[in-house]
Ligand binder design. Structure first.
Ligand code: NAP
Length: 461
C-alpha cells in the first residue's frame, strides 16, 4: 500500500494526552436555590466544564446550617464532605476556592477567613459586597487572591464581565439597568392588568417571585446594592449604599401607569449610574421609559442593562435575572475563570492582578445630590376642582420649568375631572419638586411627579 517510501506512515507514537492539572477543589457554603443549581449544572456539564477549564472543577465539601439539605448531593457523590460550620470550610486545606452561596452578613467572616488562608472566593452575595466590598477587596489584594461575584448582579447576564473584560478598553459614560426581577414583575402586572401595588405584590408572593418580607426588592435596596457593584466596575466608585439615591415602588398608583401608557411610556424601576456634566449620578427610582425601548420591553422577572461607552457606543445585555440555574450559570463562569487563571507569576494559584472593584484611579468625585440631577418629568395634576390650565403653565414657566408636551389624561375616579398631564424639558429634580409643591398649594390639585428617562443624546450621554 505504501510502496513509495516517502509516503510510508510515521512510526507509531503512543498517544499520551498531556497530564491534566489537578481538579479545582471547591468548598460550597449553602445548598439553597443557587447552591443546588450550581451542584446540578456542574454535574450535568462536568466534561464540558473540564474541557473548557483545562482541569476538572469539583465541589469537594458543602457547609449548610442543616447538613441534611446536602444529603441528596452526597448520595450522588459519596466522597462529598458535609459540614455545619462555614468557618471550618473556609480554613479547609482541601479546598482551593470558597463558594459562598448562603447570603447574610455572617458571610463577611467566612470570606475574610478564606482569603487569609490563600483561597480564592466566589460569591453571589450583593448585600455583602455593597456593604463591605471595600474591606473584602482590600483583603483580596493583600492576599493576592481573586474575589469574584458575577452572580451578584443580574443573575445569568454576564454584566460584570462585560464591564471588566468586554468593554475594558472603553471609558464608560453611563449605565441604566432593570436589576430587580421582583419589582419588574410587579410593575409589569400593574402596567398590563391595571392592578394596584398591593394586589400585584400579593400575586408575586403567591407565585414565589416575592419574599414574605419584600422590602429589599420593592423599596429599591436590592437594585441599589447591584448598582454600587456596577458603578465600582464602570467608574471606580467604592461601593457605598448611602451614596445612592433610592426610591421604591410603594407609592406608585395605577393612574401613573395609565398616564405613562397614554404618552407612549412604561414605568420601570431603573438603576442609573451616569457621568454627567454636573457630576456623577447614582440613583434607583421608578421612571418612565419609552415603550419601544429595550429596557421597557423587559417583562416579568427579566433583567437588563444598557451601557453607553465612548468606543462601543450603546450595548444592551438582558436575560434571566434570578433563579437556581440562571444564577448558577454566572457562578460557574467565575469558577471556570479561576480554573483557567494563571497568577501574575504565570503559575496557577499565583497572585492575581484582576482588580476586584474596578480601578480607583478612574474614580470621579462624590455623586451629585438628587436635587441637582436633571431629568425630564411628568407632572400629573389631579384636580379637586376645575383650574385654569394657562395659569398652571404660567406658574411653571415662572418657576423655570418648561413644559414641552401636554395632554388631558383619565380622571382618577368616576365623576372626577380629567387629569392634566405635563411633560417637562430636563429640569433639576429639586426645582421640579418645589414647583410641584407650589402648584399643589395654588391650584388645589394633587400633583404627582414621575421622572422620565428617554436615553436620547440630550439626557443619557
Ligand atoms: N435566588 C436567586 O435567584 C439569587 C440570584 C442572585 C443572587 N442570589 C444570592 O445568592 C445567595 C443565596 O441565595 P439563595 O436564594 O440560594 O438562598 P436560599 O435558598 O435561602 O439558600 C441559602 C442556603 O444557605 C444556607 N445558610 C444560610 N445561612 C447559613 C449559615 N449561617 N451557615 C450555614 N449555612 C447557611 C442555608 O442553609 P439552611 O437551609 O440549612 O438554613 C441554605 O442552604 C444570596 O446571597 C442571594 O442574594 C440569589
Amino acid at each position: 500500500m505504501f510502496a513509495d517510501s516517502r509516503l510510508s506512515p510515521l512510526p507509531h507514537v503512543p498517544a499520551r494526552a498531556p497530564a491534566m492539572p489537578p481538579a479545582l477543589r471547591v468548598g460550597l457554603i449553602g445548598m439553597g436555590t443557587v447552591g443546588t443549581g450550581v451542584w446540578r449544572v456542574l454535574r450535568r456539564n462536568q466534561a464540558l466544564i473540564a474541557a473548557r477549564s483545562g482541569r476538572a472543577v469539583e465541589i469537594v465539601a458543602v457547609a449548610t446550617r442543616t447538613p441534611a439539605r446536602a444529603a441528596a448531593a452526597q448520595a450522588e457523590a459519596p466522597g462529598l464532605r458535609l459540614l455545619d460550620d462555614p468557618l471550618r470550610l473556609a480554613a479547609d486545606p482541601g479546598v482551593d476556592v470558597l463558594l459562598e452561596l448562603a447570603g447574610g452578613s455572617a458571610a463577611r467572616d467566612w470570606v475574610l477567613a478564606a482569603l487569609a488562608q490563600g483561597k480564592h472566593v466566589v460569591t453571589a452575595n450583593k448585600a455583602l459586597l455593597a456593604e463591605h466590598g471595600e474591606q473584602l477587596a482590600q483583603a483580596a489584594v493583600r492576599h493576592g487572591r481573586v474575589l469574584a461575584y458575577e452572580a451578584a448582579v443580574a443573575g445569568a447576564v454576564p454584566v460584570i464581565k462585560a464591564l471588566r473584560e468586554g468593554l475594558a478598553g472603553n471609558r464608560i459614560d453611563a449605565l441604566a439597568g432593570v436589576l430587580n426581577g421582583t419589582s419588574n414583575y410587579i410593575l409589569t402586572r400593574m402596567q398590563a392588568a391595571g392592578l394596584d401595588f398591593a394586589t400585584a405584590l400579593a400575586e408575586a408572593q403567591a407565585l414565589g417571585y416575592a419574599e414574605a418580607d419584600p422590602s429589599l426588592d420593592v423599596d429599591g435596596t436590592d437594585a441599589a446594592h447591584k448598582l454600587t457593584l456596577l458603578a465600582a466596575n464602570a467608574f471606580g466608585l467604592p461601593p457605598a449604599l448611602d451614596a445612592v439615591h433610592v426610591e421604591g415602588l410603594r407609592d406608585l398608583q395605577p393612574g401613573d401607569m395609565a398616564a405613562a401608557a397614554q404618552l407612549g411610556y412604561v414605568v420601570k424601576l431603573l438603576a442609573i449610574a451616569r457621568r454627567g456634566a454636573q457630576g456623577m449620578e447614582l440613583r434607583v427610582h421608578p421612571a418612565l421609559v419609552p415603550a419601544q425601548h429595550a429596557l421597557a420591553r423587559l417583562d416579568g422577572a427579566s433583567n437588563g442593562l444598557l451601557v453607553r461607552a465612548d468606543a462601543a457606543g450603546e450595548a444592551f445585555f438582558s436575560g434571566a435575572g434570578a433563579g437556581g440555574e440562571p444564577t448558577a450559570s454566572a457562578v460557574l463562569a467565575d469558577l471556570v475563570d479561576l480554573a483557567r487563571h494563571p497568577g501574575t507569576d504565570g503559575r496557577w494559584g499565583g497572585p492575581t492582578a484582576i482588580p476586584t472593584l474596578g480601578l480607583r484611579a478612574d474614580a470621579p468625585a462624590a455623586p451629585l445630590p438628587m436635587a441637582q440631577v436633571r431629568t425630564r418629568q411628568l407632572l400629573r395634576l389631579l384636580p379637586g376642582k376645575t383650574f385654569n390650565e394657562a395659569q398652571v403653565l404660567r406658574q411653571l414657566a415662572h418657576a423655570g420649568v418648561k413644559v414641552e408636551r401636554r395632554a388631558w389624561g383619565p380622571a382618577e375616579a368616576a365623576g372626577a375631572s380629567p387629569s392634566l398631564l405635563l411633560l417637562t424639558a430636563p429640569v433639576p429634580d429639586g426645582l421640579a419638586a418645589q414647583a410641584a409643591e407650589r402648584l399643589q398649594a395654588h391650584t388645589g390639585a394633587r400633583v404627582r411627579r414621575l421622572r422620565v428617562e428617554d436615553f436620547g443624546a440630550q439626557q443619557f450621554e
